[in-house]
Each structure stands twice: as structure tokens, then as C-alpha cells.
Design a binder for this molecule. Sequence first.
Ligand SMILES: [Zn+2]
Length: 255
Amino acid sequence: MQVSVAAELRLFLKPARRGGPVRVGCDGVSSLGHVVQSLGVPLTEVGRLVVNGRPVPPRYRPGGGDVVEVGAVDRPQLVPGARFILDVHLGTLARRLRLVGVDATYANDAGDDALVEDANAGRRILLTQDRGLLRRRALWLGAYVYGAHPDDQLADVLDRFTPLLAPWTRCPACNGLLCPVPKAEVEPLLQPGTRRTCQAFSRCGTCGQVYWRGAHSKRLEALIASAQRAVHTVTRIPRNNRTQQGPAGEHRAGP
Ligand SMILES: [Zn+2]
């Protein structure tokens, strides 16, 4: 059979196969989903499968003369209340997702089995650049993260899932929810400069870390503004139909 793979999925193919349609032998037994995965493309990244002009499910058994088109997953891929778990190589991306208020768990010592188990148990989308992980049969839902730099990775995840953003509501260090805290309560912890210039403080309900808008805020605000633009640009459903958290903005008490 002849298989044409969408341009954005060709990075999963062997270099020699990226130029155009691929000829694949047919054993009459394997499903089309299996054939696509054996070419290197994780099914988590695949959208429409079309055979001889007709859409088919991944369980379709291809025959010798079939002409197959493999499309990329639709964007945005809407998963209500989407939350995430990140593999050990994506720690910076995890912190950025939390900064914009997206629920993102991460442990730098989690093994592959534990990651898949935790993803399934918490109904979290596994974000990874490891194709082997995405091909795990047991995995509930996963996504390949495009991009080498955390900025590009963040843009990719926001473009794909358009999660509702709630900046400054989540602890970048541990993913706990932040609650506003009166200045008087944290005053003893502050440097004189901070005590003088900052008025709004919040504390992580999980790890106790205290946050305020300080010297790094400009860079972080720019990152947040860019994230909000990314999500607004691609969102195709009215935002008031969403159910996750309140409007993006300033410090808010969770949950
Ligand atoms: Zn925390």
C-alpha cells in the first residue's frame, strides 16, 4: 500500500522516508493504526485516517492496493478541564505552564512506568518528546511536544490544547494553588526593598512558598502576555462556555 503522511508528522519517519508517499508491505492482519505506529508516528499525533478517499478508524485492516493518507491531530484538541503530567526532560516547560495557571505535575525522578500510571490515574495528558512513551498501549492520552526551547514548547502546548489560563494562581515550584496573603503575615520574610515596593503577596497552599511581583516580573509578565495571545488566537469556542477556572488576571484564591 501507499502511505502519505501529513507534513507536520514527517519528523517521526526515518529521514529517507520524509520526501513523499511511503510504500509499505501488507500482511493482511495488522490494523492501520499498527502500520502507522510501526512507521514511527505515535497515534496520539494522528487525526484523520483516509483510505482510498474514505475516512477509516485505526482498527481498519489495509489491503495491498490501498492508498492511505495520515492526517495530524486536529488543533485545538479540546479536552475539557485539560491537565497535564510532564516527563522528566520537560521541567522548564512544567514551570511555565504553572506560571500561566495550567495544572501541570512533574517529578524529575519519575520512571516511564510511573509516569504512565500517574497520567492514567489522574486523567492527565502526558506531555513528552519520547515517542516510545506515546506508543504505550496503556496510555490514556498523550501528546508529543514540538520545539527544543521552552518558549516554543509552551506555545505548542497552548496552541494544541488551548487551556484556560489563570496566571499567578499556581506555584511554579510545586503546582500547588496560591492564595493571597496579607502583607503583615509575610513581612518578617521580606528584604527591606521588597517590603517597601510590593503590596500584593500570595502563598502556596502546598509548599508554603511566598510570591510577589518583584524584579523578575517584567520578563514573566511578557511570557504570560505572549501565552494569552497564543491561546486567544487559536481559541474557536466562546470562552464563557468553558468551565475550568475564573478569568485570567491577577492573584486569585484557588481552587
Ligand atoms: Zn508550592
